[in-house]
Design a protein around this ligand. Structure first.
Ligand code: ABU
Length: 498
C-alpha cells in the first residue's frame, strides 16, 4: 500500500489527513513486523539466533546511507531484515545475559516512551513522567528500608555506581566540586571485592584515584567478600596515611551471583567512617521477595547508597537502572550546575521537580514509564511471584545438574539465578577433576560456538580467578520453564558429548 511513497508523504511533511493515512499504514506495517518478532521470540520451534560472522553478515545486508532517501517500503523491508538477524533475547532459551526476556507490558511502555519522545530534565516538558519517577523511586527506597532520601534513574548500573562514588566524595569533601584535587590532602582509597562488577574499578580510574587505589578485597570460595580481609586492608592503607572513604558491597555478583555480607561490612564502614555503597544492580530484585530477601540483603538499610537495576531480575526493558541515597539533598548539591537556560528558579511551578540538575548528564532518557506500567500490571504480588519463580527454576536446574554427575559438574550452590557449571564430554568423564580442568576450559568456548552455530540456545561462559572457562546460565526471563532447562541440558549433551 505504501508503494513508492517516501518520508515526505508522512507527517509532518504533508497535509494532515493525507499524511495521517500514510503514517498509519507505515506504522501498522511496522507493528506487524514487531508482533511477528514477538511471536517468534516466544516460539520454542524458532531459533534464538541465526549466526553469521561479521563479514558474512555485512555482505548480506544493505547498510549504506544513500545520497537520496529510500521509499517507505524499503524502510519496512529494512526493519524486517534487521529483526531477522537480531538475537532473540526474549526467547526462553536465551540465558546468556543478566537481562533476558521480553516483558510485553514494559515493552508497551517503551513504545509509548518513544512516541512521547521527551527529555527527563525538567517537569516543564515531562510532567507526568517526572511525577512517576518520584513515586516509583520513593517506593523503591521504602523497600530498601529508608524513609526519605533521594534517587535517580541512570543510564546503566555502571553510571549508577559512579553517582554513588561522586556523592560519597562530595559528602566527605564538600569543596571538591569547586576546588578539585586540592580539596583533598591525602590519597583517597576505595575497597571492593575481587568479584565486583568492573565498573567499580572504573570509578577509580574516571574519578582520578587510579585503579591502584581501588583495593581488591579477597572473597571466599562462594565469591563473598571476606570482612576480616577488608578491615586488614583498610588498616594497611590507613597506616600508610591514605584516606579510606568508600566501600562497595556487591549484592549479586555478575558471575557467581554472590552476596557480600552487608551487616559485617556496614560495621567496618561505621568503625572507620567510610561510605557504604551496595551494588545490588543484579540482586536488588530479591528485595521484592519475602522468601529470598533474607539473609542475602539483610542490612541493606544501613547502606548510604544502593544501585538497583530493574532491567535485570525484574525484567523491565533495557535500560532501567536506579541509584538511591539515604540522605536527601546530596545528589543536587554534588552535581548541580544551575544551567540558567534550563533550570531557571523563577518558573511557575515548584522547581525541585526539575530533576535534571541532580545529574551529570543533560539529556536524560525516559526510563521510568515502562517500569511504572509494568509494576502497575503486576503489583508487588506479581513481581514477588515472578522473582520467586526464577529462584525456584534455578534450584530446579541445580538439582538436575547434580543428578547427572557424569555429564555436568556444578561449581557451587548458587545464592541467586546464576548457575555455574562445566559440561563434561565423554572423553573427560573418567579423568580426575584436577587433571581435566584445563581441557574443560578449552572445551567450554567450543561448545558455546556450537550452540551459536546451531542457534538453539545461548548460555554465557567466562573464566574466574583460577577457574578456567565455565558456563554461567542465567534464569532471569519470565518465559523460562522446567522443560526449557531440561532441553538446555539435553541439547548441551547433544552438541558436546564427543
Ligand atoms: N552489567 C552487567 C551485565 C553483565 C551480563 O549481562 O552478563
Amino acid at each position: 500500500e505504501i508503494g513508492n511513497l517516501k518520508y515526505t508523504d508522512l507527517l509532518p511533511n504533508t497535509e494532515l489527513n493525507k499524511a495521517m493515512h500514510t503514517t498509519e499504514t507505515f506504522l501498522k506495517q511496522l507493528v506487524n513486523i514487531l508482533l511477528n518478532y514477538i511471536k517468534e521470540s516466544n516460539d520454542r520451534n524458532e531459533k534464538v539466533l541465526h549466526f553469521y560472522h561479521p563479514a558474512e553478515m555485512k555482505a548480506m545486508l544493505d547498510l549504506d546511507i544513500p545520497e537520496k532517501g529510500l521509499p517507505l517500503q524499503k524502510l519496512i523491508d529494512d526493519c524486517f531484515t534487521t529483526l531477522k538477524y537480531q538475537v532473540r533475547t526474549g526467547h526462553p532459551m536465551f540465558m546468556n545475559q543478566l537481562s533476558c526476556g521480553l516483558d510485553v507490558v514494559s515493552m508497551a511502555g517503551e513504545w509509548l516512551i518513544a512516541t512521547a519522545n521527551t527529555n527527563m530534565f525538567t517537569y516543564e516538558i515531562a510532567p507526568v513522567f517526572i511525577l512517576m519517577e518520584t513515586v516509583v523511586l520513593e517506593k523503591m527506597r521504602q523497600i530498601i528500608g529508608w524513609q526519605g532520601g533521594d534517587s535517580i534513574l541512570a543510564p546503566g548500573g555502571s553510571i549508577s555506581n559512579l553517582y554513588a562514588f561522586l556523592a560519597a566524595r562530595h559528602k566527605m569533601f564538600p569543596t571538591y566540586k569547586e576546588k578539585g584535587l586540592s580539596a583533598i590532602k591525602g590519597q583517597l582509597v576505595m575497597f571492593t571485592s575481587d568479584q565486583c562488577h568492573y565498573s567499580v574499578r572504573s570509578c577509580a580510574a574516571v574519578c582520578g584515584l587510579g585503579t591502584d587505589n581501588c583495593v581488591e578485597v579477597p572473597s571466599d570460595k562462594r565469591g563473598r567478600l571476606i570482612p576480616s580481609e577488608l578491615e586488614r586492608l583498610v588498616l594497611e592503607r590507613k597506616a600508610k596515611g591514605d584516606i579510606p572513604f568508600f566501600v562497595n558491597c556487591t549484592s549479586g555478583t555478575t558471575v557467581l551471583g554472590a552476596f557480600d555480607p552487608i551487616e559485617e561490612i556496614a560495621d567496618i564502614c561505621q568503625k572507620y567512617n567510610m561510605w557504604l555503597h551496595v551494588d545490588a544492580a543484579w540482586g536488588g530484585g530479591l528485595l521484592l521477595s519475602k522468601k529470598y530477601r533474607h539473609p542475602r540483603l539483610t542490612g541493606i538499610e544501613r547502606a548510604d547508597s544502593v544501585t538497583w537495576n530493574p532491567h535485570k531480575l525484574m525484567g523491565t526493558l533495557l535500560q532501567c537502572s536506579t541509584i538511591h541515597f539515604k540522605q536527601d539533598g546530596l545528589l543536587i548539591s554534588c552535581n548541580q550546575m544551575s544551567a540558567e537556560y534550563l533550570f531557571m528558579q523563577d518558573k511557575l511551578y515548584d522547581v525541585r521537580y526539575d530533576t535534571g540538575d541532580k545529574v551529570i548528564q543533560c539529556g536524560r532518557h525516559n526510563d521510568i514509564f515502562k517500569l511504572w506500567l509494568q509494576w502497575r500490571a503486576k503489583g508487588d504480588e506479581g513481581f514477588e511471584k515472578q522473582i520467586d519463580r526464577l529462584m525456584e527454576l534455578a534450584e530446579y536446574m541445580v538439582k538436575k545438574i547434580k543428578s547427572m554427575p557424569d555429564k555436568f559438574y556444578l561449581i557451587l550452590e548458587p545464592e541467586m539465578v546464576n548457575v555455574s557449571f562445566w559440561y563434561l564430554p565423554t572423553r573427560v568423564r573418567n579423568m580426575p577433576h584436577e587433571k581435566r580442568l584445563n581441557i574443560l576450559g578449552e572445551i567450554t568456548p567450543i561448545l558455546k560456538g556450537r550452540m551459536m552455530q546451531a542457534g538453539t540456545m545461548m548460555v554465557g561462559y567466562q573464566p574466574l580467578n583460577d577457574l578456567p572457562n565455565f558456563f554461567r546460565n542465567i534464569i532471569s526471563s519470565a518465559a523460562v520453564t522446567e522443560g526449557d532447562i531440561d532441553f538446555l541440558l539435553t541439547e548441551m549433551d547433544r552438541l558436546g558429548h564427543d
